[in-house]
Design a protein around this ligand. Structure first.
Ligand code: ADP
Ligand code: MG
Length: 349
């Protein structure tokens, strides 16, 4: 996976801007009734009828947010879309459309941009969203990608960062820390590759965590699941920066405190074994690792029976009065203040 598989190199200049846009977007079909007009005019037109429109945007820059020496372009395209959809799902909304803007330097051949768009197309299909537009321009340095995700929701279902109150249960989907440990494995392999370019990394034992890093999946399923269970979350956020930082966002916005229980944090066995191998504390990885794109939300105590035992959901703590602050209750039953920085800041106390 570390070698350049693009044998063909068609220069972007040959196509020109309009040729490139047409080439990249011609296979995309519209799947939503709300998309009245997609690509091909000066603007797209959407109609959400009686629903609210939800919108979020992100900008990804080569060398800052991704490293093309170990991230295949197809994965990058997929991930760029997925992380944006995650923000829509984090409002307890349904994602319906995206726009994609790219700036490329001519060091990239057409085949490379095709790979990027193959990843974007895969995400559109898998998460059922329409690509309705974007912009294409040149860059003198690296690759830039900006994705805007658009979604819809009934007003009563929208979940904000603000809204939770003391005694609400804190719930997380899936498991945590995988994406961060996957990155550790990839960075180690990159160093090995620099020393010996003929080395063949065996990533098989790490496939789950490497996939969590390279090909994260946003939780499209959760808003529907909560609807079926009859649960309206009182607040919600997606986990892009790590559990600790996201909990603090909920606390700050809702003016509450929180008790998080270390023993309740869901970890995959692969994450635990990779943590042992790299000599990193798995709780710290879950708290500060980030990029898991799971959802963190709160529910009223009365909904306990509806969510308890659900394989997708783990109850990891409860909210408290703001005056109590936000803490991790360790397995040894000590109370450590949660901080957004993680790692070393946990050493004291
Ligand atoms: P304008 O000059 O109005 O910006 P463009 O020629 O840039 O128009 O774009 C033409 C159409 O192609 C528009 O519908 C635009 O949204 C779409 N488009 C341009 N670049 C991209 C891209 N990278 N991905 C998807 N759609 C794009
Ligand atoms: Mg344009």
């Amino acid at each position: 996976m570390l070698e350049d598989k693009n044998q063909e190199r068609t220069s972007l200049e040959k196509l020109g801007e309009f040729g490139l846009i047409d080439h990249l977007t011609k296979e995309f079909t519209m799947q939503h009734e709300s998309t009245l007009k997609g690509i091909g005019d000066d603007a797209a037109i959407l109609d959400f009828k009686d629903k609210k429109t939800v919108l979020s945007t992100d900008l990804l820059i080569e060398g800052v947010h991704f490293d093309l020496s170990y991230v295949p372009l197809k994965h990058l395209g997929y991930k760029a879309v997925v992380v944006n959809l995650s923000d829509i799902y984090a409002m307890n909304a349904t994602a319906t459309q995206i726009t994609v803007s790219i700036a490329v330097s001519n060091r990239f051949p057409l085949e490379a941009i095709e790979e990027l768009y193959a990843g974007i197309a895969l995400a559109c299909k898998k998460f059922k969203v329409d690509l309705i537009g974007g912009d294409t321009t040149s860059s003198t340095t690296g690759l830039l990608i900006s994705v805007t995700a658009i979604g819809e929701a009934n007003e009563k279902n929208i979940a904000f960062r603000k809204g939770t109150k003391p005694n609400d249960l804190l719930v997380v989907t899936g498991d945590l820390g995988g994406a961060y440990m996957g990155l550790q494995v990839l960075e180690r392999e990159k160093e090995v590759f620099k020393v010996n370019p003929n080395s063949q990394p065996d990533l098989e034992p790490y496939s789950y965590i490497v996939e969590r890093q390279l090909k994260p999946e946003a939780r499209k399923d959760i808003s529907g699941l909560l609807q079926v269970l009859g649960v309206q979350p009182t607040s919600m956020i997606d986990i892009s920066d790590g559990l600790s930082s996201e909990i603090l966002h909920l606390c700050k916005n809702s003016e509450v405190g929180c008790n998080l229980f270390e023993e309740k944090i869901p970890l995959d066995p692969t994450v635990i074994s990779a943590c042992e191998e790299f000599n990193i504390d798995s709780t710290m990885v879950a708290l500060s690792g980030g990029e898991d794109y799971e959802l963190l939300f709160t529910v009223d105590q009365k909904d306990f029976e509806k969510i308890k035992g659900n394989p997708n959901l783990s109850i990891i703590g409860h909210m408290t009065d703001a005056s109590e602050g936000a803490h991790l209750i360790t397995r040894a039953n000590t109370k450590i203040p949660l901080t957004a920085q993680g790692w070393n800041s946990f050493k004291s106390e």
